[in-house]
Design a protein around this ligand. Structure first.
Ligand code: AMP
Length: 259
């Protein structure tokens, strides 16, 4: 049975009583879990003896006018999905994560002032702040993070180096729908026709990666599928996309082979 804990006190007593000789793996999430999240939990098993999933929709990483209020909160279903996969779920509230005023952890500006950082000012500071608070509370030996949010992943890796936090980050590959659409909790916002249109994102990323299409042509293909590109750019040996389909903001990325 997956054990649900909520308060910081419950977390402390769990960590005290549990023998974690082979280490604890933490999978930080905002819930509304899908197969992408579950793949991280499964990967955690390869490294850690016990696996904890945290479920917390962190207000600090949402900007004004973003979807904090609408963000899907589905704890019951999340617990069912984690049955047999995770040992513990920590679903704290604001006071449990931030017992006193949150200590702001600024994201590395070089990494954060591009891509998603441009349209979401303060977002990565909010991410670093919550992830540091989670690591302080849980003290995991391993944390499993998805390449779906690649910019976030390298910003967290940089934060760990900078603050000398004793946790090993495990990178998990992007899980996709059969159509190629990267799985995301925000895909729930898409209508059926939009879901079909959203598949064009990965098709176009692949075509660019295979040198069959220019970035300009891809942006035009995407707009024919009602997708408004925010960025389609190469950084860190990968091609990054963000854009809007209706009201839904979607991101994706793909590794580039420079050989
Ligand atoms: P979120 O709940 O969106 O904050 O995501 C929690 C973690 O799951 C992050 O490390 C994400 O990168 C990862 N994740 C989300 N979607 C996917 C996916 N499709 N494939 C792999 N990892 C994912």
């Amino acid at each position: 049975m997956v054990e649900l804990i909520k308060t910081r006190e419950e977390l402390s007593s769990l960590l005290k009583k549990t023998s974690l000789a082979q280490g604890l793996g933490l999978v930080p999430t905002m819930g509304a879990l899908h197969e992408g999240h579950l793949s991280l939990v499964k990967l955690a098993r390869n490294y850690a003896d016990k696996v904890m999933v945290s479920i917390y929709v962190n207000p600090l990483q949402f900007g004004k006018g973003e979807d904090f209020d609408q963000y899907p909160r589905t704890l019951e279903t999340d617990l069912e999905l984690l049955e047999g996969l995770a040992d513990y779920v920590w679903a704290p509230n604001y006071q449990d994560i931030y017992p006193s005023e949150p200590v702001n952890i600024p994201a590395d500006s070089e990494l954060a002032n591009k891509l998603c950082g441009l349209s979401r000012p303060g977002h990565f500071d909010g991410v670093c702040t919550v992830v540091k608070a989670l690591f302080d509370a849980v003290q995991p030996q391993y944390a499993i993070l998805g390449e779906k949010d690649f910019q976030q992943l390298i910003i967290i890796e940089e934060m760990i180096k900078h603050l000398d936090i004793p946790v090993k980050i495990i990178r998990a590959p992007i899980m996709r729908e059969e159509s190629g659409l990267a799985m995301s909790s925000r895909n729930q916002y898409l209508s059926e026709p939009e879901r079909k249109q959203a598949a064009a994102i990965y098709t176009n990323l692949q075509a660019i990666a295979n040198k069959k299409l220019s970035i300009e042509a891809a942006i035009s293909n995407l707009s024919q599928n009602k997708i408004k590109t925010e960025y389609l750019e190469v950084h860190w040996g990968r091609l990054f996309f963000a854009g809007k389909l209706g009201k839904t903001r979607l991101i994706d990325n793909i590794a580039l082979d420079f050989s």
